[in-house]
Design a protein around this ligand. Structure first.
Ligand code: IPE
Ligand code: IPE
Ligand code: MG
Length: 248
């Protein structure tokens, strides 16, 4: 595959900038998170329309517990409310939901809701939506290693993949971070080894269809080499007679 000319199959997004969006409008930070849910709804629809297969979003990190207690409880309430308000329409659009992250320190009220949403959407096939909640890339690698150790299996690269929290989807092709920061903040550390990175200055509530299309267009101009030379990649693409997995 020379240029990544196709629509990325798997897009991962660090939905950052909700707090600043609200603060600039003299609103409480939680109001920014609410607008973040609206932006996610719009983004999911846009991904479905463009034929993206998997969307993985960072909603709450292992480190976000360190925020002020009222913001943390506001985010938990928002997640609980979103389960009730969003899941029926997501399901009717063909979205299969997965919640990825540590559940042990979430309330029973939330974990029951997560389980129910997953069960309710399990048969859907248009888009897999992974919501990373109480997630950290380091947590994921550690839990994978622990599982292998418990089974007495050797800890190899090939063995780690299937026990990671995102084993049900291929690795992300395009990794987007909104909000202007250029860092990973513990998101998909293992899985992003060969993702194309795209950093947007836009705050997450402002990230609309045009912004998504720009990220996809930038992705399509990149040459993904996976360690090979550019010449090798071009020869390989000619042999296949295609420039990527164009599906639309
Ligand atoms: C991202 O927005 C959402 C969460 C981390 C839950 P932020 O809340 O980090 O927004 P900024 O970065 O403070 O603007
Ligand atoms: C990353 O954003 C986590 C989510 C978007 C859920 P943060 O705002 O927590 O990241 P840092 O603290 O700026 O690195
Ligand atoms: Mg932030």
């Amino acid at each position: 595959m020379s240029k990544a000319a196709s629509i990325p199959h798997h897009i991962a997004i660090v939905m950052d900038g909700n707090g600043r969006w609200a603060t600039r409008r003299f609103m409480p930070r939680v109001a920014g998170h609410k607008r973040g849910v609206d932006s996610l709804r719009r983004c999911v629809k846009a991904c479905v329309a463009r034929g993206v297969g998997v969307l993985t979003v960072f909603a709450f990190s292992s480190e976000n517990w360190n925020r002020p207690a009222d913001e943390v409880s506001g985010l938990m309430e928002l997640m609980f409310g979103a389960l009730a308000s969003e899941v029926p329409s997501l399901s009717s659009e063909g979205v299969q939901l997965h919640f990825v992250g540590e559940r042990a320190n979430l309330s029973e009220k939330i974990t029951a809701g997560l389980r129910q949403a997953e069960a309710q959407t399990a048969q859907n096939t248009r888009l897999v939506l992974n919501v990373c909640f109480n997630y950290g890339g380091r947590w994921d690698i550690a839990q994978a290693a622990r599982r292998l150790a418990e089974r007495g299996e050797p800890i190899t690269e090939a063995a780690i993949g299937p026990v990671l929290a995102l084993a049900h989807v291929p690795d992300p092709d395009l990794f987007i971070r909104t909000g202007g920061e250029q860092r990973l903040s513990n998101f998909l550390l293992w899985q992003s080894a060969y993702a194309e990175l795209f950093f947007s200055e836009q705050l997450w509530p402002d990230f609309d269809e045009a912004a998504l299309d720009e990220a996809i267009a930038v992705y399509q101009r990149r040459e993904r080499r996976f360690g090979k030379t550019s010449d090798q990649v071009k020869v390989q693409a000619q042999a296949v007679g295609t420039h990527g997995r164009r599906t639309a």
